[in-house]
Design a protein around this ligand. Structure first.
Ligand code: NFS
Length: 642
């Protein structure tokens, strides 16, 4: 018998799971249980479906049984090939995301799309870094030039990715150049990687592993960094905002629209039109239109507009089960197909928006940069039309919200620190790290996964680190876990070690706040670029390589291949990355040892080549302790107090 309290920490989600059961509605939590026990060949990565001679399943870790597939492929080869394929699947959505924002910026600059360029400072700073002439050039012209340089990262047949050169530390570039893994053009690299994994192509596991690291760089620069930079140019760089978390942000007396997915060009337009048409909701007897966020669309609107967050990945279906959503608008990534079945039980209209991403059972309103206003208006009008259809007897919104701060872009963090030292803003942070008041910095990132009690591992890892004076930066659905549980608010300081609490209080009070929260929310998953920017800024200021910093990354409830490709990017920077849900690699001792650097006979590890490795640990406290041990090791190497 599975207890609902074992599925999620979120009491609002618990209440809605009871409601789902009463109404006989299936959710991901239940389906996850139905999949158990999972197939061991799949879990360990040794199932090959690359051609029609199979599927082949080979034995692993010296167990008895078949050692090679029909073509002769070994467990090492199959696992490495499968992993590369998975990492490509993680990278591609972010590269598509970057390409979509690029075209939107280009069309906005050319006056063809109804988006205003709000991030003038960001535009100028990036244009300067790209070597463009800025003085006397009109902003639209400059935006066009920046977008056209970005476009080369999808077109050039040689040379190094412009965004890698723009954002990476020189010391890292040297390492990657020696290993011959510098990417050129994101589309070309994706095609090359798929070609490597095709039947009868690459079978050298070491070369496949280097292909994985190269894909991590494509993810990092032409996925994450490019998306964040161009989004900041178009929508502005996030500043400190205060908001609310949990299902209670859905309001009974409002027309409620949930935005879910990742692409801010869609969610920003829905928000804009909800403001324009707010009075029409009043004419219907509602108090107005209420926009709430789910997953990374939530993060995008939260960071720049302070929009509140209903829930994160695993419980997306439950937002509809409140019975109070007039529409759920989705674009791409992390959209459960199961949403359509749930929406069918209510008056909620599930609306897909991207021309390339259709959802079975959803209606569709096409987003294109040029037609964005038409889309925004149409979606909000449809939601308004559904309000009178709401069945009040089916409405149940779990009470209660939690306050949270967000909007911690690097620019915002530097500005907050500047109140302590205007001439050298990073110095107070560096001094706190050097003295041991801040032991190190860990990024809590990634998802929730119905295999793990929702929000539990994310918050447990964070609390254990805070208790040991580790500063947390957060992104993605993990940040939502922390937000729902009070760790994005100064109230969360109760979980911090005394030294860390004092530093956060001092910085907060210098800025007119009671304190900074113990976890700084830096944005969506593409905004892991902001975390990377922070690391590069700290390393540059210290005159060391990123790989030497006392930092780590952690994704305790990872489910998406995107979490693995982002993790690969950080390992390539020389940062250890913890995952709480194992990746399918244990079928190959070679792949496992190369990535985790656990003792084995395989001589080359990512730790030796890049300075970072993969940590797999399901127990959150143990995971935190492993990261702390590594942070202390890196502190010692830098000669810092331990
Ligand atoms: Ni990241 Fe964001 Fe959430 Fe995980 Fe999915 S929404 S891109 S993949 S589940 S954090």
């Amino acid at each position: 018998q599975v207890l609902i309290t074992d599925l999620t920490m979120d009491t609002g989600v618990q209440e809605l799971l009871v409601k789902a059961e009463q109404e006989n509605i299936e959710t991901a939590f239940q389906r996850a249980k139905e999949q158990e026990p999972h197939c061991k060949f799949g879990l360990t990565g040794v199932c090959c479906r690359r051609c029609l001679q199979g599927p082949c399943r080979v034995t692993f870790n010296g167990n008895k049984g078949v050692k090679r597939g029909v073509c002769g492929a070994t467990a090492d080869q199959i696992v490495a090939r499968n992993l590369l394929s998975l990492i490509v699947e993680g990278t591609t959505p972010h590269v598509e995301h970057a390409r979509e924002i690029l075209h939107t910026l280009l069309e906005a600059a050319e006056g063809k799309a109804p988006y205003e360029i709000k991030g003038k400072e960001k535009l100028i700073s990036i244009a300067k870094k790209l070597g463009l002439t800025v003085d006397g050039v009109e902003l639209d012209k400059l935006a066009q030039e920046v977008a056209l340089i970005a476009l080369q990262d999808f077109q050039q047949q040689s040379g190094v990715s412009h965004w890698l050169r723009l954002r990476a530390q020189d010391k890292s570039i040297e390492t990657w150049e020696k290993l011959n893994i510098l990417p050129s053009n994101a589309h070309l690299e994706i095609a090359n990687a798929i070609n490597k994994t095709a039947m009868g192509c690459e079978s050298d596991p070491v070369s496949l592993l280097l292909g994985i690291m190269k894909m991590g760089l494509v993810e990092g620069y032409d996925g994450l960094h490019l998306s964040t930079d161009l989004q900041d140019i178009l929508f502005g760089t996030p500043r400190l905002v205060k908001t609310q978390y949990r299902m209670g942000v859905i309001k009974e007396d409002y027309v409620n629209i949930a935005v879910h997915g990742h692409i801010p060009m869609v969610s920003e337009k829905v928000l804009e039109w909800s403001r324009k048409l707010n009075n029409e909701a009043k004419a219907l007897g509602a108090k107005g239109i209420n926009i709430v966020g789910i997953c990374c669309s939530a993060n995008e609107l939260l960071m720049r507009q302070g929009v509140s967050v209903a829930t994160n990945y695993a419980s997306q279906e439950l937002a509809i089960i409140t019975g109070a959503l007039e529409a759920m608008v989705v674009d791409a990534q992390c959209i459960m197909p199961g949403l359509a079945q749930v929406a069918d039980c209510y008056h909620t209209e599930l609306i897909s928006t991207l021309p390339n991403i259709k959802i079975e059972g959803a209606s569709h309103v096409d987003w294109t940069p040029e037609e964005a206003d038409k889309m925004g208006e149409e979606i909000v009008r449809r939601a308004l039309a559904h309000y009178p259809e709401r069945d009040q007897s089916k409405v149940k919104i779990p009470a209660g919200t939690v306050e949270a701060y967000a909007g911690f872009s690097v620019e915002q963090i530097v500005e907050l620190l500047a109140t302590l030292n205007g001439a050298d803003p990073l110095l107070p942070l560096i001094e706190a790290i050097a003295k041991g008041d801040i032991l190190g910095v860990v990024a809590i990132v990634g998802c929730t996964n119905p295999k793990v009690k929702q929000d539990w591992a994310n918050t447990e890892v964070a609390k254990e680190l805070m208790r040991n004076n580790v500063l947390i930066v957060a992104s993605g659905c993990s940040a939502h876990s922390l937000g729902k549980n009070g760790l994005l608010s100064p109230a969360g300081l109760q979980y911090c070690g005394e030294k860390l609490a004092n530093v956060l209080t001092a910085i907060g009070q210098a800025n007119g706040l009671p304190a900074l929260p113990p976890a700084l929310h830096m944005g969506s998953c593409v905004d892991n670029s902001r975390i990377d920017d922070l690391l590069v800024a700290l390393a540059d200021r210290l005159g060391v390589a990123v790989r030497e910093l006392p930092v780590a990354g952690s994704s305790p409830e990872n489910h998406s291949p995107k979490a693995l490709s982002i993790g690969t990017f950080f390992i390539a920077q020389g940062v250890d990355v913890h995952i709480g849900v194992n990746a399918p690699i244990t079928g190959s001792p070679l792949v496992e040892q190369a990535l985790t650097a656990n003792k084995g006979e395989f001589p080359v590890t990512t730790d030796e080549l890049f300075g970072g490795k993969l940590i797999y640990e399901a127990d959150p406290i143990q995971a935190a302790q492993t990261m702390i041990a590594r942070i202390i090791q890196k502190r010692k190497a830098l000669g810092l107090v331990c």
